[in-house]
Each structure stands twice: as C-alpha cells, then as structure tokens.
Design a protein around this ligand. Sequence first.
Ligand code: CP
Ligand code: NVA
Length: 318
Amino acid sequence: PGAKLIRHYLQFKDLRAEEYAHLFERVAIIKRRFKNYERYQPLADRTLAMIFEKASTRTRVSFEAGMYQMGGSVVHLTTGDSQLGRAEPIEDSARVISRMVDIVMIRTFEQTKIERFAAHSRVPVINGLTNEFHPCQILADLFTFIEAHGMNRRGIVDVDCLKGRVVAWVGDGNNMANTWLQAAEILGFTVHVSTPSGYEVNAEVAGITNSDCYKVFNNPVDACRGADLVTTDVWTSMGYEAENDARRKAFADWCVDAEMMNVAKPDALFMHCLPAHRGEEVTAEVIDGPQSVVWDEAENRMHVQKALMEYLLLGRIG
Ligand code: CP
Ligand code: NVA
C-alpha cells in the first residue's frame, strides 16, 4: 500500500556499487551476530514465500533458516504442489501471493518469467536462480572473497579489495558466468572466461555494456594464469539435461585441476556454487584441497541473503 518504491533483486545489476558496499558491511555484522548466538529479529511478523520450479538444497535451507533466524516465517511452494504447475498465469500467481506475504524468492527457468512475476508483485522479488542469472550465489561468493582479502581484524569490510582482481571462469557460459560478468562491471574486476566452443558467454544475454570487464581464452589454463580466484560450475545446468551427453564430450578439457590452480596466484581461491561433480568440472584434489572455499561459500548464502532481505524490506540500516 502507498507509494513506497518496491525494490526487486532479479539480477546482479539491480543494485549499485555503493549499495553493495553497504550490504557487505551488513553481512559481516549479521554473520557475527549469528556466530555469537545473538538474537537479531528485525523481520518479526514478515513472511517469505519461496517458489521452486527447480530442485535446491542450499537456496532452500539458506533462505528458510535465514528468515526464521530474523524472526519471520516462510511458505514453501513448488510447481508440483501449487497451481503454478497447472497453468495458472504467473501474473495472477504474483497478484495473489504478494497480497499475503512480504517478500518472494523464485527459482525458475526463463528470466522473463521472474520479470513478469515482479511486474505484478506488490512486494520485493528475489531471483533464487534462473536460466540466465544466479545473483544470490555471486553475492555469497563475493563476500567469501572479501572475507579472505578485504576484512581487517575488527571485521571492517573493504569492498575495494575486489577492484582490479582477476576471476577465472572455466566451463559453461551459464547463469553463474553471466552473473560474474555483471558483478565485474559493477565492482571493477575482470573475468577471464574459457568455455568450449558453442558454450560461450553472450554479453547481450549477460546484460553488460562494458566488454572490458571480461576476456575470452580458448585454453582454460591460460584463463587461470595469474588469477585471484578460479571458479567453475556443473557442465549441465538444471533444465538442460537433454544435452548431457553432448556436453560431457565438449567439456572434457574444462576440468579445474592442479595444473590450472598452479598457474593462478599462489593465494588464489577455488570456488564452486555446488552441487559439484568430482572428476567432471573439478578434480577431488582441487575441490577438497587447501585453496577451496566452497563450504564457506555455501554458508555465506545464508548470511548474504539475510542482509539482502533486510535491505529490500527495511532499507539502509545505520
Ligand atoms: N548453489 C545453489 O544454488 O545450490 P542449490 O541448487 O542446492 O540451491
Ligand atoms: N548452473 C547451475 C547452478 C546450480 C546451483 C544450474 O543452473 O543448474
């Protein structure tokens, strides 16, 4: 009700650099409170609806646990157990659901679907993964990077630690890759992208305007040279299962291994949004090795999303 501007988080570029700086400071505070068992419940009496049209472990647990920790409650919907699976128009679903809850998270197929939902929603909508983007994951990954390189002993966050860095993306030009490109454009780093041919990133789909924020490499080892962070993802994303056999052949050389980590910076991190397939996109040696921060990434999903929900519902704090 009223003329309050609704802010959605449908893609990474929906927030500006200075908003990210604020958000990451809030994440550090919110995470510290969680670790210290300090109650922090600014979303008491608020309800989050989560709509899943694809499977999830991390996204569901992190949003659900995070919302309860902040004093709110959660409604969990899937295509199979709601009218969404029986062809109720997405616009009607948005009108109805957004009259009863305070915020909505959706995991679905085409980005246009979440955009249509948001256009008819009275409350903020968060992208929990679409075919094109996965902004909550990149938020967690960036915070994980900041924890390693941009946080002093008093827990003060320095977002500028991302500036000028090199992130190597090895594998599919998918939703994660697109979102890394948007983050690079906004926060001032470069992505070295190496994909098999036919699976390249597309600047138009990624929605970036400055092509300087990424460089393309045919050889994945070259993409990793001098990188501050090496990251990859599954060869076959959800919704593309029919291409599985072709992808397994095409991606065989795009497995992050010790050789790739060895040409990166000595203190380079390895990230993967998970779930992972050891022996396909990454070797067990790398994902289970000392440079891997994949469990921190997964945990940080919850902390960043708590800060995101706080920001979308309550605005700037402090
Ligand atoms: N990384 C991620 O989004 O995991 P889930 O598919 O388990 O939610
Ligand atoms: N690119 C993967 C990420 C899973 C979290 C997918 O879309 O299935």
